[in-house]
Design a protein around this ligand. Structure first.
Ligand code: BES
Ligand code: MN
Ligand code: ZN
Length: 501
């Protein structure tokens, strides 16, 4: 979709749909919506007075100007209660309006920046949220059906972001470009995760990373089975062993070779399919385990955004990718493996495979002498039991790093909630034959899995994000359609931006 910013009055704008807004409970609209209402001879006021539109968040109303305005339709979107309104509310409203415009088969859409006027939000941040909401709301995974659904409509071809005040246009323009870069990242992550595992094995993940690098100027390197073995990644390789699919250790770098900039390493779990291995999962929901590379997808996509926004940091993305299957060469419970740092690990469950990939990636991360390392993974069912679909869990051994991530979660609406890294979590993962074992059981399993990962870090500030419950959504929300959510991309971009200045 082409997006342009235009200094113009919405009552002069010819488009298939012009989008304005309304806070809940307002009876006489002001600002741009008020101007539209006056031009429409009070039509918006009349609908409100009749009780047919209340301005509830995401509610939409379509009016036909009959020549009173050059636009073909005026779409009023509800912003909800004014005192609860924030940037997430902007995304929600923009997404609901964009979807409604698509339902109407609109090709040209114009919108005001929700929240930048009466809402009192920063115009640049609000414009960014409008574009994010629009693009994330319109997102669909094309899929492989042989026919399009009957009610299928093409996406709008163009979005015009309207601003009357010339002095604010540069800020709106900057917000729009940032919103586009971030939304492109989230949509890429969603595509990678929604794609079935047979179409998205590790080799294909690496191809996608290479294509992104080509597009954005990232540096890319991919290690295969032989190279990972030669590096001593025995724990990662134990997972990859049984699959015919070649494992890939993907390395993306933004601002490579800039020793003047601080280095932040992002690490993402890339299990392209998790059957559980010999510790086989029950069959019922197993299909969803194609989303077990959502951490890797978030890292790859976030690196692309870091490059597009030219963030002033050296950012390294590590995405260890493998498929977890049972079979004749597969690792077995009780087996012991040695990883890249020389630390050893006993397998209790071959279904605790994500932490095994991450163990060697966290060891590898040490070579960058990083200022911070953050890993992200669909790691445990226990995380979802604790928090449900509302937030990811974050663990950290470094207070300033934890603070940065919590702030980034608030700013990006990719929510995180901190959980403790108690020393006692080491107890359940003590092994009689190795340094640690890969499972401490279900009780407190989200904490002991984090403690396992910490064991494989090498002295740098580190944080772990367990995103098991938020990678996939069974519920359709305006800015987050059913399926892969693209969680983590917005979080990481906000996190990386916190290093600015
Ligand atoms: N990929 C799963 C975690 C998961 C489960 C994500 C459900 C999303 C929904 C992970 O590899 C796993 O299997 N974890 C086990 C660990 C256990 C064997 C210690 C779990 O959480 O049950
Ligand atoms: Mn597993
Ligand atoms: Zn897994």
């Amino acid at each position: 979709m082409e997006i342009v910013v235009k200094q113009a009055d919405l009552t002069q704008e010819a488009a298939d749909v012009v989008i304005v807004n309304l806070f809940q409970g307002v009876t006489v609209p002001g600002g741009a919506t008020g101007a539209a209402d006056i031009a429409l001879n009070g039509a918006i006021r009349e609908v409100i007075a009749a009780g047919d539109f209340t301005g509830k968040a995401g509610e939409t109303l379509v009016l036909y100007p009959r020549g009173a305005l050059p636009a073909r339709r005026v779409l009023v979107v509800g912003l909800g209660e004014a005192d609860k309104f924030d940037l997430a509310g902007v995304r929600h409203a923009a997404a609901a309006a964009a979807r409604k415009a698509r339902d109407l088969a609109a090709q040209t859409v114009a919108t005001i920046v929700h929240g930048a006027g009466i809402g009192g939000l920063d115009p640049q941040a609000a414009a960014q949220a409008v574009v994010e909401g629009t693009l994330l709301g319109l997102y669909r995974f094309e899929g492989y059906s042989s026919k399009k659904p009957k009610d299928w409509k093409a996406d709008p071809a163009a979005l015009v972001v309207l601003e009357r005040d010339a002095g604010r246009v540069p800020a709106i323009e900057a917000g729009v470009r940032r919103g586009q870069a971030i939304a492109a990242g989230v949509c890429l992550a969603r595509d990678l995760v929604n794609t079935p595992a047979n179409y998205m094995p590790p080799l294909r993940m690496a191809e996608q990373a290479r294509a992104l690098a080509q597009e954005t100027g990232l540096q890319v390197q991919v290690l295969g089975r032989a190279e990972c073995k030669a590096l001593g990644m025995g724990i990662f390789m134990a997972v990859a062993e049984e699959s015919e699919q070649e494992p890939q250790f993907i390395i993306l770098e933004h601002n490579a070779g800039r020793p003047d900039l601080p280095t932040v390493v992002l690490v993402g779990k890339g299990v392209t399919f998790d059957s559980g291995g010999i510790s086989l999962k029950p069959g019922e929901e197993m299909w969803r385990m194609k989303d077990d590379m959502a951490g890797a997808a978030a890292v790859i996509a976030a690196l692309g955004v870091a490059a597009r926004l030219d963030l002033p940091l050296h950012v390294v993305g590590l995405a260890p990718c493998a498929e977890n299957l049972p079979g004749g060469r597969a690792q077995k419970p009780g087996d012991v493996f040695v990883g890249i740092t020389g630390k050893t690990m006993e397998v209790i469950s071959t279904d605790a495979e994500g932490r095994m990939l991450l163990a060697d990636a966290l060891g590898y991360a040490a070579r960058y002498a990083p200022a911070a390392v953050v890993d992200i993974a669909t790691l445990t069912g226990a995380q979802g039991i604790a928090l449900g679909p509302l937030a990811a869990a974050v663990f950290s051994n470094d207070e300033p790093l934890a603070e940065r991530l919590l702030a980034a979660g608030d700013a990006s609406a990719d929510r995180v909630w901190r959980l403790p890294l108690y020393e006692e979590y080491l107890e359940p993962i003590k092994s009689q034959v190795a340094d640690v074992k890969n499972s401490g059981g279900r009780f407190g399993g989200v904490g002991s899995s984090a403690k396992f990962l910490e064991h494989f870090t090498e002295g740098y500030p580190w944080a772990h994000v367990d995103m098991a419950s938020v990678a996939w959504s069974d519920e359709d929300r305006p800015a987050r359609p059913k399926g892969a959510t693209g969680y983590g991309v917005k979080l990481f971009v906000a996190f990386l931006e916190s290093y600015r200045g």
